[in-house]
Design a protein around this ligand. Structure first.
Ligand code: 5GP
Length: 211
């Protein structure tokens, strides 16, 4: 099957902060060398370890406004008082060229992407329970108590959107969650509907009886 040309796939991963999205994304990107990460624009300031153009493209509010006006974003949303958006051109080019892209975006963004690109595959990552989520949020140590409380409330609200997704993964164990995501990627890559019709027809013709 790998020899039959196909369209690229947009994989969306959402989940509340503390669900383990970044760890999961990193693990999945390590498994699939040919899966790329969509680097979002954000007006949020960088955290200590973050690198511009690798983790995000950190931009001013004015630059974000300009991109919106130019139609450069496939989706955007306000999350925790900051704006985040997915650049349109890289994801559309990837799909056209048969490359797969991973989008780590919130539930508002996922809704917009699914509307615009119905073939996108959405995965919701859940923490096992509220207590685990609270502990994970506190354990980060990068934000103060009020921020943690707000994130916990936001997280629980976000989880209400889980049933809208194509797949759900409960993140009890890091490796198990990565293996589940891996299975989803491998399964989607085998979907006949994603193959380029002409390439599929040419492949099938190879098996026709000789005259
Ligand atoms: P953080 O600031 O902790 O990196 O991310 C906060 C939230 O914003 C996460 O849930 C993340 O998935 C989401 N996010 C990151 N980039 C985008 C984006 O381009 N669009 C949307 N809608 N959400 C994003």
């Amino acid at each position: 099957m790998a020899t039959i040309a196909r369209h690229g796939i947009l994989f969306i991963v959402s989940g509340p902060s503390g669900a383990g999205k970044t760890t999961l994304s990193d693990a999945v990107l390590r498994i699939f060398e040919d899966l790329e990460l969509s680097v979002s624009y954000t007006t949020r300031p960088p955290r200590g370890h973050e690198i511009d153009t690798v983790d995000y493209r950190f931009v001013s509010g004015e630059s974000f406004d300009a991109m919106l006006a130019a139609g450069d974003l496939a989706e955007w949303a306000v999350v925790h008082d900051h704006r985040y958006g997915t650049p349109r051109e890289p994801i559309e080019r990837a799909v056209a060229e048969g490359r797969d892209i991973l989008l780590d975006i919130d539930v508002q963004g996922a809704r917009q992407i699914k509307k615009l690109y119905p073939d996108a595959v959405s995965v919701f990552l859940l923490p096992p329970d509220r207590a685990t989520l609270a502990a994970r949020l506190r354990g980060r140590g990068t934000d103060d108590d009020a921020v943690v409380r707000r994130r916990l409330d936001n997280a629980c609200r976000e989880i209400a959107a889980a049933p809208d997704y194509d797949f759900m993964i409960v993140n009890i164990d890091r490796d198990a969650a990565a293996a589940e995501f891996e299975a989803i990627v491998r399964g989607q890559r085998r979907a006949v509907a994603r193959l380029r019709p002409q390439a599929l027809a040419a492949f099938v013709r190879r098996f026709e009886a000789e005259p």
